[in-house]
Ligand binder design. Sequence first.
Ligand SMILES: [Zn+2]
Length: 173
Amino acid sequence: MYYPSLNFLKDYRIDPIIIDKIDRWLSIQLRSTYHFINPQQFAIDMKVDIELSVDTFALCCHNPISLMNVKYRVICPNCGQTDRHITEFDFESEYYVECSNCTYSYDVSENQEFIELFFVLLFEPEIKPTSQILLPEEVKKILGKSESLRFTDVKKGSTRRLLLNSYKNFASD
Ligand SMILES: [Zn+2]
């Protein structure tokens, strides 16, 4: 597994298939997106129910998994711009802020429809997915041929043709 601590999700009766999907999906996220991990995107990419996705991600923020944190993006109800990001937030009590863009004063708790929720992925995978791919020498030669990958290059190599066919099968199921 890329994130072995996800195994603890089994204690919460999360299906092993979902655990495998979240493990693989997290492992291929770009480092630059770690601060804006969106369970909705996971749900779309991996064909998982959205509510189950959010619940599973929430479990990942707690002990003993502790793989992610929650982050809230607060949109100003007056100017519609991103005002600030907060990591801890009590929805029950007043929380007045002044917009950093338009100086409008508002209560964040009263404007919950303007709050977007993200997850912050705290760790890189224990193994890099790319380090597991072993390309044969003849495939490396094909990749080194041109500056950009062209379809004609793909068609030339028999190994690549195999990849294309298996991808087609994958995409149709
Ligand atoms: Zn504003």
